[in-house]
Design a protein around this ligand. Sequence first.
Ligand code: AMP
Length: 425
Amino acid sequence: MSSFQAPKGTFDWLPPRSERALAVREALSAPARRAGYGYIETPTFEDTALFARGVGESTDIVTKEMYTFEDKGGRSITLRPEMTAGTLRAVLQHGLHNAGQLPVKLWYSGSNFRYERAQKGRYRHFSQVGVEALGAEDPALDAEVIMLALDGYAALGLTGVELLLNTLGCKECRPAYRAALQEFLRGLDLDEATRARVELNPLRVLDDKRPEVRAQLENAPLVTDHLCEACKAYHEEVRALLSGEGVAYTDDPRLVRGLDYYTRTTFEFVHGGLGAQSAVGGGGRYDGLSEMIGGPPLPGVGWAIGVDRTVLAMEAEGLAEDDGERAAGRVSVYGVPLGEDARRVMFGLVTGLRRAGVPADMAFGGRGVKGAMKGADRSGARFAVILGERDLAAGEAQLKDLASGEQTAVPLAGLVTTLKEKLSI
Ligand code: AMP
Protein backbone atom coordinates (compact mmCIF):
# COMPACT_ATOMS: atom_id res chain seq x y z
CA MET A 1 0.00 0.00 0.00
CA SER A 2 1.28 3.47 -0.80
CA SER A 3 1.26 6.03 1.96
CA PHE A 4 -1.15 8.16 -0.06
CA GLN A 5 -4.93 7.96 0.21
CA ALA A 6 -7.56 9.57 -1.99
CA PRO A 7 -8.34 13.02 -0.49
CA LYS A 8 -11.13 13.22 2.09
CA GLY A 9 -14.53 13.23 0.45
CA THR A 10 -13.31 11.51 -2.71
CA PHE A 11 -13.15 7.88 -3.78
CA ASP A 12 -11.94 5.78 -6.66
CA TRP A 13 -14.15 3.95 -9.11
CA LEU A 14 -12.49 0.57 -9.56
CA PRO A 15 -13.38 -2.29 -11.90
CA PRO A 16 -15.73 -4.04 -12.07
CA ARG A 17 -17.95 -1.57 -10.14
CA SER A 18 -16.69 1.29 -12.28
CA GLU A 19 -18.65 -0.24 -15.16
CA ARG A 20 -21.78 0.93 -13.38
CA ALA A 21 -20.69 4.56 -13.57
CA LEU A 22 -20.08 4.18 -17.30
CA ALA A 23 -23.46 2.50 -17.77
CA VAL A 24 -25.19 5.33 -15.88
CA ARG A 25 -23.54 8.03 -18.01
CA GLU A 26 -24.48 6.15 -21.15
CA ALA A 27 -28.11 5.52 -20.13
CA LEU A 28 -28.72 9.06 -18.89
CA SER A 29 -27.31 10.73 -21.98
CA ALA A 30 -28.85 8.42 -24.60
CA PRO A 31 -32.39 9.92 -24.41
CA ALA A 32 -30.96 13.44 -24.79
CA ARG A 33 -28.88 12.44 -27.80
CA ARG A 34 -32.00 10.96 -29.37
CA ALA A 35 -33.78 14.29 -28.78
CA GLY A 36 -31.20 16.35 -30.67
CA TYR A 37 -28.98 17.44 -27.78
CA GLY A 38 -25.33 17.97 -28.79
CA TYR A 39 -22.39 17.12 -26.56
CA ILE A 40 -20.53 20.01 -24.90
CA GLU A 41 -17.32 19.85 -22.91
CA THR A 42 -16.17 22.93 -21.02
CA PRO A 43 -13.15 23.49 -18.74
CA THR A 44 -13.13 21.97 -15.28
CA PHE A 45 -12.26 25.42 -13.92
CA GLU A 46 -13.62 28.87 -14.70
CA ASP A 47 -13.21 32.44 -13.48
CA THR A 48 -14.44 32.57 -9.90
CA ALA A 49 -16.72 35.49 -10.75
CA LEU A 50 -18.73 33.31 -13.16
CA PHE A 51 -19.90 31.13 -10.27
CA ALA A 52 -20.22 33.99 -7.79
CA ARG A 53 -22.64 35.69 -10.18
CA GLY A 54 -24.11 32.66 -11.91
CA VAL A 55 -24.69 30.37 -8.92
CA GLY A 56 -25.40 33.20 -6.50
CA GLU A 57 -23.46 35.06 -3.80
CA SER A 58 -25.85 33.94 -1.07
CA THR A 59 -25.75 30.22 -1.78
CA ASP A 60 -23.92 27.64 0.34
CA ILE A 61 -22.02 26.62 -2.76
CA VAL A 62 -20.49 30.06 -3.25
CA THR A 63 -20.08 31.06 0.38
CA LYS A 64 -18.70 27.78 1.73
CA GLU A 65 -18.07 25.10 -0.82
CA MET A 66 -15.99 26.34 -3.71
CA TYR A 67 -12.44 25.22 -4.42
CA THR A 68 -11.01 28.62 -5.24
CA PHE A 69 -7.37 29.50 -5.74
CA GLU A 70 -5.20 32.09 -7.37
CA ASP A 71 -3.28 30.78 -10.35
CA LYS A 72 0.29 31.73 -11.15
CA GLY A 73 -0.98 34.60 -13.31
CA GLY A 74 -2.85 36.12 -10.37
CA ARG A 75 -6.34 35.13 -11.61
CA SER A 76 -8.97 33.86 -9.23
CA ILE A 77 -9.92 30.41 -10.49
CA THR A 78 -12.59 28.02 -9.18
CA LEU A 79 -13.04 24.31 -9.83
CA ARG A 80 -16.58 24.04 -11.14
CA PRO A 81 -19.17 23.23 -8.48
CA GLU A 82 -21.82 22.67 -11.19
CA MET A 83 -21.94 22.80 -14.96
CA THR A 84 -24.80 25.07 -15.99
CA ALA A 85 -22.88 28.33 -15.53
CA GLY A 86 -19.93 27.10 -17.62
CA THR A 87 -22.25 25.76 -20.31
CA LEU A 88 -24.08 29.07 -20.57
CA ARG A 89 -20.78 30.96 -20.56
CA ALA A 90 -19.67 28.86 -23.55
CA VAL A 91 -22.97 29.40 -25.39
CA LEU A 92 -22.69 33.16 -24.97
CA GLN A 93 -18.98 33.29 -25.76
CA HIS A 94 -19.43 31.41 -29.04
CA GLY A 95 -22.80 32.92 -29.90
CA LEU A 96 -24.44 29.51 -30.26
CA HIS A 97 -27.78 31.16 -29.56
CA ASN A 98 -27.33 33.38 -32.65
CA ALA A 99 -25.92 30.73 -34.94
CA GLY A 100 -28.79 28.38 -35.54
CA GLN A 101 -32.15 27.18 -34.50
CA LEU A 102 -33.44 27.76 -31.01
CA PRO A 103 -33.47 26.20 -28.54
CA VAL A 104 -29.79 25.37 -28.39
CA LYS A 105 -29.79 21.86 -26.93
CA LEU A 106 -26.71 20.57 -25.13
CA TRP A 107 -25.74 17.69 -22.85
CA TYR A 108 -22.65 17.21 -20.75
CA SER A 109 -20.93 14.77 -18.44
CA GLY A 110 -18.14 15.50 -16.02
CA SER A 111 -16.63 16.15 -12.61
CA ASN A 112 -17.75 18.74 -10.08
CA PHE A 113 -16.13 19.91 -6.88
CA ARG A 114 -17.74 21.12 -3.68
CA TYR A 115 -16.14 21.38 -0.27
CA GLU A 116 -19.01 19.64 1.54
CA ARG A 117 -19.28 17.64 4.72
CA ALA A 118 -18.45 14.26 3.29
CA GLN A 119 -20.85 11.37 3.92
CA LYS A 120 -22.41 8.56 1.96
CA GLY A 121 -23.77 10.01 -1.28
CA ARG A 122 -22.20 13.39 -0.66
CA TYR A 123 -18.69 13.83 -1.90
CA ARG A 124 -16.23 16.62 -2.56
CA HIS A 125 -15.61 15.30 -6.03
CA PHE A 126 -18.63 13.93 -7.84
CA SER A 127 -19.84 13.42 -11.32
CA GLN A 128 -22.93 14.63 -13.16
CA VAL A 129 -24.67 14.14 -16.46
CA GLY A 130 -26.80 17.10 -17.49
CA VAL A 131 -28.84 18.72 -20.23
CA GLU A 132 -29.58 22.36 -21.00
CA ALA A 133 -32.03 23.77 -23.57
CA LEU A 134 -31.51 27.48 -24.18
CA GLY A 135 -33.41 30.16 -26.02
CA ALA A 136 -37.02 29.05 -25.70
CA GLU A 137 -39.63 29.52 -23.06
CA ASP A 138 -42.14 26.81 -23.74
CA PRO A 139 -43.79 24.46 -21.24
CA ALA A 140 -43.24 21.60 -23.69
CA LEU A 141 -39.50 22.14 -23.35
CA ASP A 142 -39.70 21.93 -19.56
CA ALA A 143 -41.72 18.73 -19.93
CA GLU A 144 -39.24 17.43 -22.51
CA VAL A 145 -36.21 17.70 -20.24
CA ILE A 146 -38.10 16.00 -17.42
CA MET A 147 -39.09 13.14 -19.76
CA LEU A 148 -35.46 12.72 -20.83
CA ALA A 149 -34.36 12.22 -17.24
CA LEU A 150 -37.21 9.81 -16.49
CA ASP A 151 -36.45 7.80 -19.62
CA GLY A 152 -32.80 7.61 -18.54
CA TYR A 153 -33.70 6.31 -15.09
CA ALA A 154 -36.15 3.83 -16.64
CA ALA A 155 -33.49 2.56 -19.06
CA LEU A 156 -31.35 1.71 -16.03
CA GLY A 157 -34.24 -0.30 -14.62
CA LEU A 158 -34.80 2.09 -11.71
CA THR A 159 -38.35 2.05 -10.43
CA GLY A 160 -37.95 4.02 -7.19
CA VAL A 161 -37.27 7.48 -8.60
CA GLU A 162 -39.91 10.01 -7.61
CA LEU A 163 -40.44 13.36 -9.33
CA LEU A 164 -41.09 16.40 -7.14
CA LEU A 165 -42.42 19.40 -9.03
CA ASN A 166 -42.79 23.05 -8.23
CA THR A 167 -42.68 26.51 -9.76
CA LEU A 168 -40.86 29.49 -8.31
CA GLY A 169 -42.72 32.19 -10.20
CA CYS A 170 -41.06 34.83 -12.33
CA LYS A 171 -39.75 38.35 -11.97
CA GLU A 172 -43.35 39.62 -12.03
CA CYS A 173 -44.73 37.60 -9.13
CA ARG A 174 -41.72 36.47 -7.16
CA PRO A 175 -40.93 39.83 -5.50
CA ALA A 176 -44.35 39.96 -3.80
CA TYR A 177 -44.02 36.35 -2.68
CA ARG A 178 -40.49 36.97 -1.47
CA ALA A 179 -41.70 39.90 0.61
CA ALA A 180 -44.57 37.89 2.11
CA LEU A 181 -42.23 35.04 2.95
CA GLN A 182 -39.69 37.41 4.49
CA GLU A 183 -42.35 38.95 6.68
CA PHE A 184 -43.35 35.50 7.91
CA LEU A 185 -39.75 34.36 8.47
CA ARG A 186 -38.80 37.48 10.43
CA GLY A 187 -41.34 36.43 13.05
CA LEU A 188 -39.65 33.06 13.69
CA ASP A 189 -37.09 31.99 16.24
CA LEU A 190 -34.02 31.53 14.03
CA ASP A 191 -30.28 31.62 14.56
CA GLU A 192 -28.23 34.50 13.28
CA ALA A 193 -27.01 32.85 10.07
CA THR A 194 -30.55 31.88 9.11
CA ARG A 195 -31.84 35.38 9.90
CA ALA A 196 -29.19 36.73 7.54
CA ARG A 197 -30.40 34.30 4.91
CA VAL A 198 -33.96 35.55 5.40
CA GLU A 199 -32.77 38.95 4.24
CA LEU A 200 -30.59 37.69 1.38
CA ASN A 201 -32.43 34.73 -0.03
CA PRO A 202 -35.57 33.86 1.93
CA LEU A 203 -36.67 31.09 -0.45
CA ARG A 204 -33.66 29.05 0.57
CA VAL A 205 -34.81 29.01 4.17
CA LEU A 206 -37.67 26.76 3.00
CA ASP A 207 -34.97 24.27 2.06
CA ASP A 208 -33.60 24.09 5.62
CA LYS A 209 -33.41 20.47 6.71
CA ARG A 210 -33.11 21.03 10.50
CA PRO A 211 -36.20 19.77 12.35
CA GLU A 212 -36.38 22.83 14.65
CA VAL A 213 -36.55 25.07 11.57
CA ARG A 214 -38.85 22.77 9.64
CA ALA A 215 -41.34 22.75 12.50
CA GLN A 216 -41.67 26.52 12.33
CA LEU A 217 -42.18 26.55 8.57
CA GLU A 218 -45.48 24.72 8.58
CA ASN A 219 -47.57 27.81 7.98
CA ALA A 220 -45.14 29.59 5.69
CA PRO A 221 -46.77 31.26 2.70
CA LEU A 222 -46.51 29.12 -0.42
CA VAL A 223 -45.31 30.33 -3.78
CA THR A 224 -48.21 28.57 -5.45
CA ASP A 225 -50.60 31.02 -3.72
CA HIS A 226 -48.72 34.02 -5.13
CA LEU A 227 -48.24 33.14 -8.78
CA CYS A 228 -49.17 35.59 -11.53
CA GLU A 229 -51.64 34.41 -14.18
CA ALA A 230 -48.89 33.72 -16.72
CA CYS A 231 -46.89 31.58 -14.28
CA LYS A 232 -50.02 29.72 -13.22
CA ALA A 233 -50.97 28.92 -16.81
CA TYR A 234 -47.39 27.93 -17.65
CA HIS A 235 -47.19 25.56 -14.71
CA GLU A 236 -50.57 24.03 -15.47
CA GLU A 237 -49.40 23.31 -18.99
CA VAL A 238 -46.20 21.60 -17.79
CA ARG A 239 -48.26 19.47 -15.43
CA ALA A 240 -50.78 18.62 -18.15
CA LEU A 241 -48.04 17.56 -20.57
CA LEU A 242 -46.46 15.31 -17.96
CA SER A 243 -49.80 13.81 -16.95
CA GLY A 244 -50.59 13.27 -20.62
CA GLU A 245 -47.51 11.05 -20.82
CA GLY A 246 -48.57 9.12 -17.75
CA VAL A 247 -45.88 10.62 -15.55
CA ALA A 248 -46.55 10.47 -11.83
CA TYR A 249 -45.28 13.45 -9.86
CA THR A 250 -45.74 15.05 -6.49
CA ASP A 251 -46.48 18.76 -6.25
CA ASP A 252 -44.08 20.13 -3.67
CA PRO A 253 -44.71 23.84 -3.09
CA ARG A 254 -41.72 23.97 -0.72
CA LEU A 255 -39.25 22.69 -3.28
CA VAL A 256 -36.61 25.33 -3.82
CA ARG A 257 -33.14 24.56 -5.02
CA GLY A 258 -29.70 25.42 -3.74
CA LEU A 259 -28.86 27.65 -6.66
CA ASP A 260 -30.14 31.19 -7.16
CA TYR A 261 -30.88 31.19 -10.83
CA TYR A 262 -34.11 29.23 -10.99
CA THR A 263 -37.41 30.70 -12.17
CA ARG A 264 -40.73 29.02 -12.84
CA THR A 265 -40.43 25.22 -13.19
CA THR A 266 -38.23 23.50 -10.63
CA PHE A 267 -38.03 19.81 -10.03
CA GLU A 268 -36.08 17.22 -8.19
CA PHE A 269 -35.72 13.46 -8.60
CA VAL A 270 -35.52 11.66 -5.28
CA HIS A 271 -34.94 8.04 -4.37
CA GLY A 272 -36.06 6.37 -1.16
CA GLY A 273 -33.10 4.00 -0.93
CA LEU A 274 -30.43 6.61 -0.30
CA GLY A 275 -30.98 7.84 3.23
CA ALA A 276 -30.33 11.52 3.87
CA GLN A 277 -28.89 12.29 0.44
CA SER A 278 -32.05 11.32 -1.41
CA ALA A 279 -31.77 13.65 -4.42
CA VAL A 280 -30.52 11.78 -7.46
CA GLY A 281 -31.01 14.75 -9.76
CA GLY A 282 -32.61 18.11 -10.10
CA GLY A 283 -33.12 21.07 -12.31
CA GLY A 284 -35.49 23.63 -13.62
CA ARG A 285 -35.90 26.81 -15.58
CA TYR A 286 -33.42 29.63 -15.16
CA ASP A 287 -34.60 32.52 -17.27
CA GLY A 288 -32.48 35.10 -15.45
CA LEU A 289 -29.11 33.36 -15.52
CA SER A 290 -27.84 34.70 -18.83
CA GLU A 291 -28.37 38.29 -17.72
CA MET A 292 -26.80 37.55 -14.35
CA ILE A 293 -23.56 36.66 -16.11
CA GLY A 294 -23.68 39.64 -18.46
CA GLY A 295 -25.48 38.09 -21.44
CA PRO A 296 -28.70 38.99 -23.25
CA PRO A 297 -32.05 37.69 -22.05
CA LEU A 298 -31.87 33.98 -22.84
CA PRO A 299 -34.32 31.64 -21.16
CA GLY A 300 -33.17 28.14 -20.35
CA VAL A 301 -34.20 24.91 -18.73
CA GLY A 302 -32.14 21.88 -17.76
CA TRP A 303 -31.12 19.36 -15.15
CA ALA A 304 -28.10 17.71 -13.64
CA ILE A 305 -28.15 14.15 -12.38
CA GLY A 306 -25.59 12.79 -9.96
CA VAL A 307 -23.86 9.76 -11.44
CA ASP A 308 -22.53 8.56 -8.08
CA ARG A 309 -25.91 8.72 -6.39
CA THR A 310 -27.64 7.08 -9.34
CA VAL A 311 -25.27 4.12 -8.96
CA LEU A 312 -26.11 4.02 -5.23
CA ALA A 313 -29.81 4.05 -6.13
CA MET A 314 -29.30 1.12 -8.50
CA GLU A 315 -27.44 -0.77 -5.82
CA ALA A 316 -30.25 -0.02 -3.36
CA GLU A 317 -32.67 -1.59 -5.85
CA GLY A 318 -30.45 -4.61 -6.37
CA LEU A 319 -29.95 -3.68 -10.01
CA ALA A 320 -26.21 -4.04 -10.19
CA GLU A 321 -25.67 -7.63 -9.17
CA ASP A 322 -24.00 -8.89 -12.32
CA ASP A 323 -20.57 -7.38 -11.63
CA GLY A 324 -19.11 -10.81 -10.98
CA GLU A 325 -20.25 -12.07 -14.35
CA ARG A 326 -19.07 -8.94 -16.07
CA ALA A 327 -15.66 -9.25 -14.47
CA ALA A 328 -15.51 -12.89 -15.41
CA GLY A 329 -16.48 -12.13 -18.97
CA ARG A 330 -13.81 -9.46 -19.40
CA VAL A 331 -12.36 -11.28 -22.39
CA SER A 332 -13.44 -14.30 -24.42
CA VAL A 333 -10.05 -15.65 -25.42
CA TYR A 334 -6.81 -15.93 -23.44
CA GLY A 335 -3.47 -16.65 -25.08
CA VAL A 336 -0.92 -18.88 -23.39
CA PRO A 337 2.43 -18.66 -25.20
CA LEU A 338 5.17 -21.07 -24.18
CA GLY A 339 8.56 -19.59 -25.06
CA GLU A 340 9.96 -16.49 -26.75
CA ASP A 341 8.99 -17.33 -30.32
CA ALA A 342 5.50 -18.32 -29.27
CA ARG A 343 5.08 -15.05 -27.42
CA ARG A 344 5.93 -13.08 -30.55
CA VAL A 345 3.39 -15.03 -32.63
CA MET A 346 0.78 -14.86 -29.83
CA PHE A 347 1.15 -11.09 -29.69
CA GLY A 348 0.16 -10.96 -33.37
CA LEU A 349 -2.70 -13.41 -32.85
CA VAL A 350 -4.16 -11.48 -29.94
CA THR A 351 -3.87 -8.21 -31.86
CA GLY A 352 -5.65 -9.82 -34.82
CA LEU A 353 -8.42 -11.22 -32.60
CA ARG A 354 -9.06 -7.81 -31.01
CA ARG A 355 -9.19 -6.12 -34.41
CA ALA A 356 -11.70 -8.73 -35.50
CA GLY A 357 -13.89 -7.81 -32.55
CA VAL A 358 -12.97 -10.72 -30.28
CA PRO A 359 -12.12 -9.57 -26.72
CA ALA A 360 -8.75 -11.18 -26.03
CA ASP A 361 -5.91 -11.09 -23.54
CA MET A 362 -2.72 -13.08 -23.07
CA ALA A 363 -0.30 -14.09 -20.33
CA PHE A 364 2.44 -11.54 -19.74
CA GLY A 365 5.58 -11.64 -17.69
CA GLY A 366 7.00 -14.91 -18.98
CA ARG A 367 4.98 -17.09 -16.62
CA GLY A 368 5.28 -20.84 -16.92
CA VAL A 369 2.46 -22.93 -18.31
CA LYS A 370 0.88 -23.44 -14.89
CA GLY A 371 0.75 -19.75 -14.03
CA ALA A 372 -0.45 -18.87 -17.51
CA MET A 373 -3.28 -21.42 -17.34
CA LYS A 374 -4.31 -19.99 -13.99
CA GLY A 375 -4.42 -16.57 -15.66
CA ALA A 376 -6.65 -18.05 -18.36
CA ASP A 377 -9.07 -19.36 -15.72
CA ARG A 378 -9.12 -16.09 -13.82
CA SER A 379 -9.76 -14.05 -16.96
CA GLY A 380 -13.14 -15.72 -17.35
CA ALA A 381 -12.34 -16.43 -21.00
CA ARG A 382 -14.22 -19.24 -22.72
CA PHE A 383 -11.22 -20.39 -24.70
CA ALA A 384 -7.49 -20.58 -24.13
CA VAL A 385 -5.16 -20.60 -27.11
CA ILE A 386 -2.03 -22.51 -26.15
CA LEU A 387 1.01 -22.11 -28.35
CA GLY A 388 4.13 -24.23 -27.72
CA GLU A 389 7.28 -24.79 -29.78
CA ARG A 390 5.87 -27.92 -31.38
CA ASP A 391 2.59 -26.21 -32.28
CA LEU A 392 4.52 -23.38 -33.88
CA ALA A 393 6.53 -25.77 -36.01
CA ALA A 394 3.28 -27.41 -37.12
CA GLY A 395 1.62 -24.04 -37.84
CA GLU A 396 -1.17 -24.68 -35.33
CA ALA A 397 -2.31 -23.84 -31.82
CA GLN A 398 -4.17 -25.83 -29.18
CA LEU A 399 -7.63 -24.46 -28.62
CA LYS A 400 -8.91 -25.35 -25.18
CA ASP A 401 -12.54 -24.95 -24.16
CA LEU A 402 -12.10 -23.80 -20.57
CA ALA A 403 -15.52 -25.02 -19.47
CA SER A 404 -15.37 -28.58 -20.82
CA GLY A 405 -11.59 -28.96 -20.85
CA GLU A 406 -11.81 -30.27 -24.41
CA GLN A 407 -8.74 -29.42 -26.51
CA THR A 408 -8.30 -29.45 -30.29
CA ALA A 409 -5.53 -28.40 -32.68
CA VAL A 410 -6.48 -25.52 -35.00
CA PRO A 411 -4.37 -24.15 -37.89
CA LEU A 412 -3.00 -20.70 -36.99
CA ALA A 413 -4.23 -19.26 -40.27
CA GLY A 414 -7.84 -20.14 -39.46
CA LEU A 415 -7.78 -19.28 -35.76
CA VAL A 416 -9.59 -15.95 -35.92
CA THR A 417 -12.37 -17.37 -38.11
CA THR A 418 -12.76 -20.46 -35.92
CA LEU A 419 -12.99 -18.43 -32.73
CA LYS A 420 -15.45 -15.95 -34.23
CA GLU A 421 -17.66 -18.85 -35.23
CA LYS A 422 -17.43 -20.57 -31.87
CA LEU A 423 -18.21 -17.31 -30.05
CA SER A 424 -20.89 -16.25 -32.58
CA ILE A 425 -19.18 -12.89 -33.11
P1 AMP B 1 -27.28 20.30 -7.87
O1 AMP B 1 -26.24 20.71 -8.87
O2 AMP B 1 -26.91 20.68 -6.46
O3 AMP B 1 -28.66 20.63 -8.27
O4 AMP B 1 -27.21 18.71 -7.82
C1 AMP B 1 -27.71 17.90 -8.84
C2 AMP B 1 -27.44 16.46 -8.47
O5 AMP B 1 -26.03 16.25 -8.35
C3 AMP B 1 -27.97 16.06 -7.11
O6 AMP B 1 -29.31 15.67 -7.21
C4 AMP B 1 -27.07 14.92 -6.73
O7 AMP B 1 -27.50 13.73 -7.34
C5 AMP B 1 -25.76 15.33 -7.33
N1 AMP B 1 -24.90 15.95 -6.31
C6 AMP B 1 -24.88 17.23 -5.89
N2 AMP B 1 -23.96 17.43 -4.95
C7 AMP B 1 -23.36 16.23 -4.75
C8 AMP B 1 -22.30 15.78 -3.90
N3 AMP B 1 -21.66 16.60 -3.08
N4 AMP B 1 -21.95 14.47 -3.96
C9 AMP B 1 -22.58 13.63 -4.80
N5 AMP B 1 -23.56 14.00 -5.62
C10 AMP B 1 -23.95 15.29 -5.61
